[in-house]
Design a protein around this ligand. Structure first.
Ligand code: URA
Length: 193
């Protein structure tokens, strides 16, 4: 059915998405584009009912070239599995390159300018995925996307970032259970729309 198995970081072949990645993988509109080992565009099904939007790639994502492949990603995959609902989803980030202040420096949140420079890429990605539901993970995507006009065509949810849930105790925490319940509602909604 074109969906991606858990733990599989591949993205289903899609011509429009290949064109997008061909165009954006050479982007150096920000310094972080020059420093990136890999520009990170997304993983999952194309099209999909649900898009997750995270903050930006971390070290693992920069190396592998796929979003949410580190500890946060494992928790996200586990939460999706725990919903026990079939749903095609796609995962991307506000920015395609790992935000940092110098080459090889520690991760930080993307700046307003970096988010702005990457917003056409994000908008085009979501247009290609053509979802019913968009799930923003954490405060940073919420800050940048809550008032964005083009996003209002989709039912949008704002949820915890998996990294925050990890800091609060991870898969055994009440927050994780809450997150799974919210996801289940969003997945059900995507089916009903
Ligand atoms: N955190 C994010 O916000 N995005 C990733 O891709 C990985 C961790």
């Amino acid at each position: 059915n074109g969906s991606v198995e858990k733990g599989d970081f591949m993205t289903v072949e899609n011509k429009s998405f290949s064109r997008l990645t061909d165009r954006w993988r050479i982007c150096q509109n920000c310094r972080i584009g020059r420093w990136a080992f890999k520009h990170v565009f997304g993983r999952g099904s194309l099209p999909a009912d649900i898009v997750f939007v995270g903050e930006g790639p971390g070290v693992s994502e920069d190396v592998i070239g796929s979003p949410f492949v580190g500890e946060s990603g494992q928790l996200l995959d586990l939460a999706i599995a725990r919903t026990k609902l079939e749903g095609r989803y796609f995962i991307t980030n506000l920015v395609a390159c790992r935000p940092c202040d110098k080459e090889g420096g520690p991760n930080r949140a993307p700046t307003d300018r970096e988010v702005e420079n990457c917003s056409d890429r994000l908008q085009e990605t979501i247009r290609i995925v053509n979802p019913k539901v968009v799930i923003c993970l954490g405060k940073v995507p919420e800050k940048h996307l809550a008032e964005v006009k083009w996003l209002k065509r989709y039912r949008t949810y704002f949820m915890y970032h998996p990294a925050y849930i990890l800091r609060q105790g991870g898969a055994k925490s009440p927050l994780f259970r809450q997150f799974v319940n919210q996801l289940r509602r969003a997945f059900r909604n995507a089916k009903d729309i």
